[in-house]
Design a protein around this ligand. Structure first.
Ligand SMILES: [Mg+2]
Length: 396
């Protein structure tokens, strides 16, 4: 491939891809196995979910700078494995990235979209890495390329898994005492139990704490209406994925019958998914993460579209440090447009991370890492430890 005329920044000359498996903490794995919903995961997968599958991507520029991307995959949700992400990058997407100027990320994104359908997770990983590389090359924080940082730290929501109601209240009180102002509560065993949990939480926490709920597809549309109406007296910010991921019309059925804004998670992967769900009036909050709708470019487009339509957006994920850093920068740039606290819990679920200096999550906030790009560096020892296969290198 020859060097295109338009390139004036250091071009991308190599892509390196590392497949990883990082186990969950023992306590998380045990909870996942505990049955009757485990962590509220109503997704009927046959394989036990014991850790996170990831691909870490390095875009290496000709001046030696490296931009980092991360793909988080879980087959029952994302439908692709690390091997598939690596294969589609190596054999298809790489030709629209190599030799390119990372600052022309919209062009890279559009070429990927024009030449390879779907593949949102792999495209998102590559797109994300361009933003880190822009920062590394220029010396700016990556938030600079998302409209600019508006805050230096972002408020975080915390996740309360579906357990016995007393334990859920205790955990919620611990989070609140540590500074967390928004809690995401897993529900979905039964309408009666949901009501008991939410009533107990509101009573224990008072009116100042924001509560949102995640059903992980637990209900039929008819039952979801009853379930959400039953907890609306306890002041619920958002109800996430109450019905099947494959039922956008069911989401619309529910949204038209409840006051609480719905958000899709398992049922939303691309910009077109977001457009359809908004236009069906099936969601009133747009859920964003590193791989949905895929990278920074499409996240910015989705947030801007939501804002234009008068809707809020919410960033939420369970990534490793690279994905979390990207989402923190995005939240710091778009804080005013979001309307909801960001929910990052990979650092709580996974037994370890792959970055050298941990992100500061103290006092219910995440501090935006300083330094160029994402402001983080890879721990190569951790990469080696968790790699499930050899690093794949694709070069100009
Ligand atoms: Mg969810």
């Amino acid at each position: 491939m020859s060097r295109p005329d338009h390139v004036d920044a250091p071009r991308i000359e190599r892509i390196e891809l590392v497949p990883l498996f990082v186990p969950f903490h023992d306590i998380v794995r045990e909870a996942m196995k505990a049955g009757s919903g485990g962590l509220g995961m109503a997704i009927p997968a046959e394989e036990a979910w014991e850790g996170g599958d990831f691909v870490i991507c390095k875009l290496v520029a000709e001046d030696g700078n490296i931009g980092l991307g991360e793909a988080f995959v879980w087959l029952p949700e994302t439908g692709v494995s690390p091997a598939q992400i690596i294969d589609s990058t190596e054999h298809a997407l790489s030709r629209y990235v190599l030799n390119e100027d990372p600052f022309r990320v919209d062009r890279i994104r559009d070429r990927m979209d024009a030449n390879v359908a779907r593949s949102e997770v792999a495209k998102g990983m590559l797109d994300m890495a361009c933003y880190d590389l822009m920062g590394r090359v220029s010396g700016h924080s990556s938030a600079h390329f998302m409209g600019g940082r508006t805050v230096d730290e972002i408020p975080l929501a915390a996740l309360v898994p579906l357990m016995d109601p007393k334990t859920m209240v205790d955990l919620a009180e611990d989070f609140h005492a540590a500074g967390v102002q928004t809690l995401r509560i897993k529900l979905g065993n039964s309408i009666e139990e949901d009501k008991l949990i939410m009533g107990s939480l509101r009573e224990a926490l008072g009116d100042g704490v924001r509560l949102r709920v995640d059903y992980n597809q637990a209900y039929t549309p008819e039952d979801a209406v009853l379930a959400i109406k039953a907890i609306e007296p306890f002041d619920v910010d958002v109800a996430e994925q109450p019905v099947s991921a494959t039922d956008p019309l069911g989401m619309a059925y529910v949204q038209k019958r409840v006051l609480t804004p719905l958000m899709a998670h398992e049922g939303c992967f691309s910009l077109s998914d977001i457009l359809v769900l908004i236009e069906l009036d099936a969601i009133r909050v747009v859920g964003i993460n590193a791989e949905r709708p895929g990278g920074v470019t499409h996240a910015l487009r989705a947030i801007d579209y939501a804002t234009q339509r008068g809707l809020a957006s919410l960033i939420h994920n369970q990534s490793l440090g690279v994905g979390s850093a990207m989402q923190i920068h995005l939240a710091a740039a778009k804080q005013d447009a979001l309307g909801h606290d960001t929910d990052l819990f990979g650092h709580i679920m996974m037994e370890d991370d792959v970055i050298t200096d941990p992100i500061d999550y103290s006092a219910g906030t995440a501090k935006v890492p300083s330094g160029p790009g994402w402001g983080i560096d890879l721990d190569e020892g951790a990469l080696d430890r968790y790699a499930t296969g050899p690093t794949v290198k694709v070069e100009v």
